[in-house]
Design a binder for this molecule. Structure first.
Ligand code: ADP
Length: 476
């Protein structure tokens, strides 16, 4: 997906979050409503049962007082109950043989079970409350059946009942209201969820817009931090840090390119000038030869410079070294042998100090380049009758290689810069000596790539010692 492509509606985070909120809201509301419904039903039934129990207590008291159903009292109770508007009560009294001794209204009890089974139950329990459903009729009935004992003997079973019409109507109303309010609640919930999602995601839109604006030409721009201390703030700070790193890398690349072009331009211009001069008029063979030799030398320097640039470009690209086992003392001895003629030519003594049979893991070409640069510098910056010594010091984990010279030394204020690219203490002197200002920065990269370190000790006009420490991999 390109950065400017529009996100599909179905993939949009605010829409997805709203859907999730709505689902969660729906499920929660449903659970709450179901719970409320069951609690209301339970409480209504409890109230009805309480009315049934009260009535039962009165009937039982009358039976115990009179020893049998007292027609006068029963008729009075029926009259009282008939006046009840919402929960009209009816009752019947049965004797031990299951014969009905009194019934307030017979047809009410047609669908309510009685007989032997009930009798058996009543010998075990004192009272049963149950709901009797009559599918052919609209409303169920609540029935309270209890036993009356006289002289410790079961003498009557009484049943009191009332219709659950009102309760069912109330519950139906409750269900109806919920169903009616549900879509509205869902709509409000979804709207709330959407507003919430939009509000939380708004800063992300801001981050996206600012990040889109940032290009190579305005890398200095940053996303505004809200200072809320939340995850979004953390994300913005991380993105800003990343942009800073990219900006640094861009600056370094731009600087490197500018420096590299400058370094290449000088020798190329002088090469061009030299060729133009020699071609400006007819010359003899000897002159042409001398100029060509000069040009070849300059081209050699240019090629060295280009190789250095290439190596540093590879280092910037994070190239990993190809490590193989290397016998360090052998490598140093062959380099000393190689540089000896050059040193002699300058009247410098190049000698080997303590050497031990040490193996390390490393990239042979890079290590050769590392020590070549150090020895080359030592020769470049040491004058006639000076001395250069290569020494090895072996520790338990690291091996140190020192290149010590008795040359011009490095001023203290230049020391922090000597490993920087294109830095030279004395540019004209360095250029004269064929230096490009890249040698030590290449050394630094090689040492780091081998997980080692490099140290410099120097004194003006007394000399310098560059010591490289590299990790050992096998015993001596
Ligand atoms: P260059 O190619 O100019 O020698 P380097 O990166 O190798 O560049 O070195 C950076 C600078 O450090 C040199 O210009 C030089 O001034 C100084 N330098 C390096 N090695 C020595 C040394 N052995 N003695 C004195 N100065 C040195």
């Amino acid at each position: 997906m390109s950065s400017k492509q529009k996100i599909k509606v179905s993939r949009r985070l605010d829409i997805r979050l709203t859907l999730r909120y709505s689902c969660a809201f729906l499920i929660t509301t449903f659970i709450i409503c179901a719970f409320l419904y069951s609690r209301i039903r339970h409480n209504l039934l409890k109230d009805i049962d309480r009315v049934l129990f009260d009535e039962g207590r009165e009937i039982a008291a009358s039976l115990l007082r009179s020893g049998k159903p007292n027609t006068e009292e029963m008729t009075e109770l029926v009259r009282e109950n008939a006046s009840r508007k919402f929960y009209p009560l009816h009752f019947r009294i049965m004797d031990t043989d299951g014969n009905v001794q009194f019934v307030s209204r017979e047809k009410v009890f047609r669908s309510i079970p009685a007989g032997k089974e009930l009798w058996k139950q009543m010998t075990e329990k004192k009272g049963i409350t149950e709901t009797v459903y009559r599918f052919h009729r609209k409303y169920p009935k609540r029935v309270y059946t209890f036993s009356v004992y006289q002289d410790n003997r079961l003498s009557y079973v009484v049943q009191i009942t009332t219709t659950l019409k009102l309760m069912n109507k109330s519950l139906r109303n409750f269900r109806f209201n919920i169903i009616q309010a549900f879509p509205l609640a869902l709509l409000l919930g979804a709207l709330g969820g959407w507003l919430l999602a939009r509000g939380s995601l708004k800063p992300i839109g801001e981050v996206t817009r600012t990040t889109r604006r940032i290009t190579a030409s305005n890398l200095a721009e940053r996303i505004a931090v809200n200072h809320t201390g939340d995850e979004l703030d953390e994300l913005i700070i991380t993105i800003n840090d990343m942009i800073s790193r990219i900006e640094d890398a861009f600056k370094r690349i731009a600087q490197f390119t500018a420096d590299a072009s400058h370094e290449l331009r000088t020798p190329l211009c002088s090469l061009k000038g030299e060729i133009e001069v020699i071609l400006s008029q007819e010359r003899d063979g000897e002159e042409y030869k001398k100029t060509l030799i000069d040009c070849a030398e300059r081209l050699e320097e240019l090629s060295k410079l280009l190789n250095g640039l290439l190596l540093l470009a590879r280092a910037d690209g994070g190239e990993i070294i190809r490590a193989t086992p290397i016998t360090l003392d052998k490598l140093l001895m062959s380099l000393a042998e190689f540089f000896d003629p050059l040193a002699r030519q300058k009247g410098i003594t190049l000698s080997l100090g303590a050497m031990e049979d040490v193996h390390i893991m490393g990239d042979k070409n890079l290590l050769q380049q590392l020590f070549t640069n150090l020895i080359d510098n030592a020769i470049k910056y040491t004058s006639e009758s000076g001395k250069i010594t290569l020494t090895m010091s072996v520790g338990p984990d690291m091996v140190g290689v020192s290149v010590e010279d008795t040359g011009i030394g490095i001023p203290e204020d230049a020391l922090p810069h000597i490993f920087k690219r294109f830095y030279r203490v004395d540019p004209s002197r360095s250029r004269e000596a064929g230096g490009s200002g890249l040698g030590l920065s290449i050394c630094h990269f090689i040492v780091e790539a081998h997980h080692g370190r490099i140290k410099v000790e120097t004194e003006i006009n007394r000399g310098s010692t560059f010591t490289v420490y590299l990790p050992r991999t096998s015993s001596r």
